[in-house]
Structures are given as C-alpha cells and as structure tokens.
Design a protein around this ligand. Sequence first.
Ligand code: SAM
Ligand code: SF4
Length: 345
Amino acid sequence: MDSHGRVLRDLRISITDRCNFRCLYCLPETEAAQNFYRGRWAHLPNSKPIQHEWVPRSQLLTFEEIARLVRISVSQGIRKIRVTGGEPLLRRDVPRLISLLSSIEGVEDLALTTNGFAFPPLAAALREAGLRRVTFSLDSLDPEIFQRMTGRDGLDQVLQSLRLARELGFQPLKVNAVIIKEINDGEIERLAEFARDENLSMRFIEFMPLDSARAWQRELVVPGREILQRLQSRFDLKPVASSHAAETARRWAFPDGRGEIGIIAPVSEPFCGHCNRLRLTADGKLRTCLFSVLEHNVKEVMRRESSDAPVASYLRKVVWGKEERHHIGEPEFVSPPRSMSCIGG
Ligand code: SAM
Ligand code: SF4
C-alpha cells in the first residue's frame, strides 16, 4: 500500500528497451517522424531530445531475477503481471520467461503487450508456456498511415498476428491505438468497426508526453471525450461497468455484443487516484509512476541480498513513496528522463 491508501496489484515488467518499430509517439527517431514534428519544435518548452543509449545486455535483469522479484511482489500483494518493453518479443527466449512466471503461485493474470511484428514464430511457444492474454498495438488500418505511425511497413504482419492469436485461443484479445491529431484521428470510427468485426477490445489511448524526442504537445492529443462523442454519433454504444476500481479504460459495448471500445484518457481525465501500478525497467529499476523522475534500483538490492525479506521490505518502502499524481499540463511538469520504450507501457 502507498502513503495515499492505494493498494498496488499490477506490476508491469519491461524486459528490453530495444524495439523494431519507431513509433511517432514513442521513439520518433526516423526522418519521417522528425519531419512530422519539425516546425512545431520551436515552440516547445522542453524540446531537448532524450539522449539514450540502449541498455547493454550485461545490465539487464536475468529471467531468474525477474521471476524472483515477481515471487516477492506476489507475496506482498501484486496479482497482475504484464510483460512489455520496448518490444518484448525481441528478447531471446521469451517463452522461457513466460513459463517461469506462469508457474508462480498467486499470479492471477499474466499478459504481454507487443507490436505483433515478431509474434508469429513465437506464438505457439508462448501459449504453451502459459500465456493466456496478449495486447497488440495497432494504430491504423491504412498501410501508409501505419507506416507513418510506426516507421515500419508492417500492417499485414500485425493483422496476421492478431488472427493467429485468435486461432491459438489467446483471450481476451485487446488492441491499443494511440490517437494523434493530423495523423490517425481520421481512423477512429474505422478502428471501432474493426473491433466489432473482429470481436475484440479496441483501446483508444491519449498521446502522453513520453516520446524520446520530447516532441509531445497538448494540441496533438485527441481528448478521450472527443473520441467518445465521435463514436457515439456513429454507433449505439452501451457503457460497460468496470470490473475493478483501478481500471484505466472507460468501456463501451456495441448493441450486438460483438467487440468493445475502451477509452484511456490519462492526459485529459487523469485516473491517478485509482492507480494500482508499479513498473520495473529492463535494467532493474522500479518506477512508481509513468512520469516518475526518480527510479529505485531494486536490481542492486536483489544482487546484494540473498534472502528475500530485505527485498520485500525495500519493495514496501518504494511503494509507500508512490507519487500522488502526475502533473502533465502544469507549470512544474518535468518530463521523465526516459521514454516509454524504456519505461514499459
Ligand atoms: N512494443 C510494445 C507495443 O508497442 O505494444 C510494448 C511496449 S509499448 C511502450 C506499450 C504501449 O505503450 C503501446 O501500446 C503503445 O501504444 C503505448 N505508448 C507508447 N508511447 C506512448 C505515448 N507517448 N502515449 C501513449 N501511449 C504510448
Ligand atoms: Fe516500439 Fe512499442 Fe514504442 Fe512502438 S510503442 S516504438 S512498438 S516500444
């Protein structure tokens, strides 16, 4: 529990900071991405790009260390684990990690977030290792816009991965779409239709200031309210009750019961008061908020302490200090020193 009375249940583990995509909102490091933002940068108060170096492999937590930390976290109340990145499927032998995590008693929900590009050859092994749930990122159904958003000509591959995930019984299937003005905001309705056609859950996410170029601007955010209004004027949507208080998405169903819409609006409607998340970076730092400016070196504590009790007490101490809320849009807001690809979404 933190000092604001929130009970943390959800641990998100980034297993690599590397990625095979260069999304506009995360790693906008291609010329095309820079061209999109160029001209806007002059007005940015905080426009110095993050100078990042990829974490050397020797500094990554090993799978055994990750499993140890998960075991300890579960003993302290964590129930949900999400494996993410960077692109988690780029880390060698991910099914072995999944197998270690899925056998830990007390993990009630184990999921993975991926851009889907490297999914097909690993899908069956992930399933066999005990993974039941996958979230894909898919921001556009138009091949050109997809390429502008991700820096990669990969739409067909990701669609194929989604179908394969369904065939293999991954359930429920979720898709994340970050909406950016003047790029993919024309596709909101089409993505919602796709959710119904494919009977999956489509999460529309507001663009957050977590890109490596620090190019985020509020004017590029399509507020959740606007996304909802547009969808309501096109579809007859029924609200779906949240399954738990800490749910970040407001959910809506279509009348025929196929597919679902979720709207995640951390910028325009922050949900910090219910946040139950803790994050672990690939190099073994705990983060208590996406926007934390401080990290906590749990790797060092784990490597020093052979018994689990001191690690558990360190974990409790770190969680106690979780920030009350983020300060996006306020004068004192400071962008975190690492981008989303390093923190783990
Ligand atoms: N590479 C994997 C993927 O893209 O699904 C997993 C890691 S990615 C950082 C996790 C999620 O964070 C993705 O769904 C992505 O859309 C989201 N994300 C990344 N940068 C974001 C930003 N600046 N604002 C909102 N969501 C972001
Ligand atoms: Fe890579 Fe995911 Fe970031 Fe896109 S959102 S650059 S796929 S880590």
